[in-house]
Structures are given as structure tokens and as C-alpha cells.
Write a protein that binds this ligand. Structure first.
Ligand code: ATP
Ligand code: MG
Length: 408
């Protein structure tokens, strides 16, 4: 430990100790207690706020946050716990808890989560209350995270704190993904269910006596149930792919035949919109070594997307060419295109560029994430390029050999 570590340095605005000057203090507590609770609060849009509202106001904001955190001592945590600021003018704060809340022996995740949520609410509330001073009409975004730092005789406290910060951030991110995922799934499940329930209720209320109506509505109920079934199957498929729990049945395949078959399946759909699908296959293509059904699934989604997002009467081109080692398949449409800012996000599950403004497509944003997983477990890569208004090209590669040892 250097000398600087033994003397606490206080930040002139918040009056809080600066993190780097309290390592020694934390180290002593860690040695004494074996574990210390760690919570951080980061104003994630601070730089942006500073640019927009100036230095002075943002310093005041930091001061308010620091004061609020300090004032919670004796309420949400103990007097001897430590609130620090990341550094001079930095917009993140750390709270070190030296003993578990509610007289428990160990720090429990849900206790830390509760404290972090309460503090975040408190901070938001206080900032709102002071808004007549700040006049900030932008939301102040807090990122929070929590974890437990355990004593480790082989690691410097500075390193332990750094690792805690990373872990807390990672956990917070996972939690957010989880919440988002459940919200998406619930939403997607509810839409067809609402429709099934509504039509069934109306039928039960007496509409059953009209045979024509009855038949039409039962058909809707049936179609919606199928949609629900497809959704659940895709979700299961996706989670199996993500958990790498799928078994691939590799064999040597002529990729052109797979593409032709997929075009055959999608032909009626394309013909309805008068969309032509052309192919341009390089001569002397080698066979590829893939799971044929899975490749079909990738192609079905990509070509189906191309049809869905193409205007009436346009054409789609599918090319296959042999690169130095890999085989490359590309699907080009002349449709609406995808803005640059969305291009690397469309492979995320549930991501859609526009939420069905036309009502024509009815997509759920799962197809591309399934396709990406399948291409990647084959050892290939997938990507898209697009000029808005000028169409989109999706490309994926298939490596010459599977990357895992396999049984055929
Ligand atoms: N060829 C394309 N042209 C324009 N936009 C596209 C194209 N392909 C995909 N997109 C955009 O990317 C989003 C994600 O595509 P993805 O295939 O994952 O979902 P989807 O087609 O909406 O639904 P599904 O889960 O049924 O496949 C689409 O909602 C659409 O906004
Ligand atoms: Mg799709």
C-alpha cells in the first residue's frame, strides 16, 4: 500500500471520501469481517447532462446525490458504513456495507437488492423535488448494481473492488435482460391469448347459433392457437440453442438443393405479391457439411423475411459462392431496407425495426436470432448490409468442416 492510501481525501463538492483514498480502510474491514457489501450508483447520462446543462448545475446534482446517500445512514444502512465517490467530478458513488442488514450473519442478495432499489427511488424522488433549482427536463438515469466482496488474501483490495464493480455491473445487466425478456414473452403470449379468449367468450355468449359466424370464429381461434404453438416452439428452440443443448445431424449436402426447396415452399407466398425469386449459383460448388433441417430453418427465415419486407412486384436474388475456404450464401431484396442504427441489433431476440406499422408482417423478432445461433453453431458468421429504400442483403457463411468433433 502506498502512503496516499492511508489518508482519506475528500471530494470538495460532495464532501465524500474519494474511492482511491479509502482502500486501506476497506482492507481493514474486510480482514476483520471476511465480507463487505458493495453497491454502486452511477449517473449513466452524466456526460450528456453536463454538455446540455453545464458544469455548475451538474456539480450541484452530484452534491445532492452525495448528500442523499450520506443522509441514509442510520436509516437504510448503518452510521459506520461508508459512502464514497468514484473520483473528483465523477458521477459514480459506492456504498460499502460493513455488516449485513437485519442482524443477519451473511449478506443476502435480496437484502442488497432491496437497499439498492430503495436508494434509487429516494434519489429519483429527491432530484424531482429539487428540479425547480436544476431545471433539468431530462431524466437522470441511474445505473445501480450490487454484490458482496469477499476477503481474499491473494488479492489486493483495489483489485477486489474493481472486480466487484465489474461483477455488480454484469449482474445488473443480466437482471435487466431477464426482466425485458419476460416482459417480451408475456406480451407476445398475451396477444393471441386475448384474441382466443375474446372469440370464445362471444361464442359462449350466444353467437354459436349463427353457424357461419361460428365457423369463422372457430377458425380464428384455431389459427391463433397455432400461432401460440409456433411461438412457444420457437422460444424453446431458442433457449435450447442458447444453452447449446441441440444435437446436430451433420451430413454432406448440396446447399443449392436446400435453397431450391425453400423457394418452392415460399413460392405461393411470393407469388401472391408478385415477387420473383432468382438464383445465381456459382459453378462447381463443393458440398457443405451441415445439419440440413437447421440450414433449412435459417434459409426459410431469411427468404421469408425478404418476401415479407419487399414491395409488390419486386425481386429477390439468392447467390451462393465459394470463398477461399467457406461457402457464402447471400439473399438480397429490394425492399424497405434497414437503417444503419438497427443493423447490428436485428439479431437480438424480439428485436424489430418497426412494430408492425402496416400490420402486414406480424413478425415477432425471433427468426434472425434463431438463424444467428444456428449459423454460429455451425462455425459460420451472419450479417446484413442495407441501404434504406434500396433493399437489404443478408449473408452467411458455412465453413468447410464442422468445428466440433462429431458422430455421423
Ligand atoms: N429483409 C429485410 N428487410 C427489412 N427489414 C428486415 C428484413 N429482415 C428482417 N428485417 C427486420 O428485422 C426484424 C427482425 O427479423 P426477424 O426475422 O428476427 O423477426 P420477424 O421476421 O419480425 O419475426 P419472426 O420471429 O416471425 O421471424 C424484423 O422485424 C424487421 O424489422
Ligand atoms: Mg423473420
Amino acid at each position: 500500500m502506498s502512503k496516499a492510501d492511508s489518508k482519506t481525501v475528500y471530494d470538495e463538492f460532495t464532501n465524500l471520501p474519494i474511492l482511491s483514498s479509502v482502500y486501506k480502510k476497506i482492507d481493514t474491514q474486510l480482514k476483520k469481517r471476511d465480507e463487505v457489501g458493495f453497491l454502486y450508483f452511477d449517473i449513466s447520462n452524466f456526460r450528456w447532462l453536463e454538455e446540455k446543462y453545464g458544469h455548475g448545475k451538474c456539480r450541484e446534482l452530484l452534491k445532492l446525490v452525495g448528500n442523499t446517500l450520506e443522509k441514509q445512514k442510520g436509516k437504510l444502512y448503518r452510521d459506520e458504513d461508508l459512502v464514497v465517490v468514484g473520483g473528483k467530478g465523477l458521477a459514480y458513488f459506492i456504498l460499502f456495507l460493513f455488516s449485513p442488514p437485519r442482524r443477519k450473519e451473511k449478506f443476502a442478495n435480496h437484502d442488497l437488492k432491496l437497499i439498492s432499489t430503495r436508494i434509487k427511488q429516494k434519489l429519483k424522488h429527491i432530484i424531482d423535488e429539487h428540479n425547480d433549482v436544476f431545471m433539468i427536463d431530462e431524466e437522470v438515469d441511474f445505473h445501480t448494481g450490487y454484490t458482496v466482496i469477499k476477503e481474499d488474501p491473494f488479492m489486493e483490495v483495489e483489485r477486489l473492488i474493481y472486480e466487484a464493480g465489474r461483477e455488480a455491473g454484469f449482474k445488473a445487466q443480466l437482471e435487466e435482460i431477464m426482466v425485458q425478456f419476460i416482459a417480451n414473452v408475456s406480451h407476445e403470449l398475451r396477444t393471441p391469448l386475448t384474441s382466443i379468449k375474446g372469440y370464445a367468450e362471444t361464442l359462449l355468449d350466444g353467437a354459436m347459433t349463427d353457424a357461419g359466424l361460428c365457423h369463422r370464429w372457430l377458425q380464428i381461434i384455431y389459427d391463433e392457437s397455432q400461432r401460440l404453438e409456433r411461438l412457444i416452439n420457437d422460444l424453446l428452440d431458442l433457449s435450447m440453442l442458447e444453452a447449446e443443448q441441440v444435437e446436430l445431424h451433420y451430413k454432406s449436402v448440396d446447399i443449392r438443393k436446400v435453397i431450391d426447396h425453400v423457394i418452392f415452399i415460399l413460392h405461393p407466398l411470393a407469388a401472391k405479391e408478385n415477387i420473383g425469386i432468382e438464383t445465381d449459383y456459382q459453378k462447381d460448388l463443393p458440398l457443405v457439411f451441415v445439419d440440413e433441417d437447421r440450414m433449412k430453418q435459417v434459409l426459410l427465415n431469411l427468404i421469408h423475411n425478404a418476401v415479407k419486407y419487399s414491395p409488390e412486384g419486386s425481386s429477390i436474388t439468392i447467390e451462393v459462392s465459394q470463398m477461399e475456404r467457406e461457402t457464402q450464401v447471400s439473399i438480397t431484396d429490394r425492399g424497405t431496407g434497414i437503417p444503419q442504427s438497427h443493423l447490428n441489433r436485428i439479431f437480438e431476440r424480439f428485436y424489430r425495426v418497426e412494430k408492425d406499422k402496416t400490420g402486414k408482417t406480424g413478425g415477432r423478432g425471433l427468426g434472425l436470432s434463431i438463424a444467428r445461433h444456428i449459423v454460429e453453431i455451425h462455425g459460420g458468421t451472419i450479417g446484413a448490409t442495407s441501404k434504406p429504400g434500396n433493399g437489404t442483403t443478408f449473408r452467411f457463411t458455412i465453413p468447410p468442416e464442422p468445428i466440433f468433433p462429431i458422430d455421423i
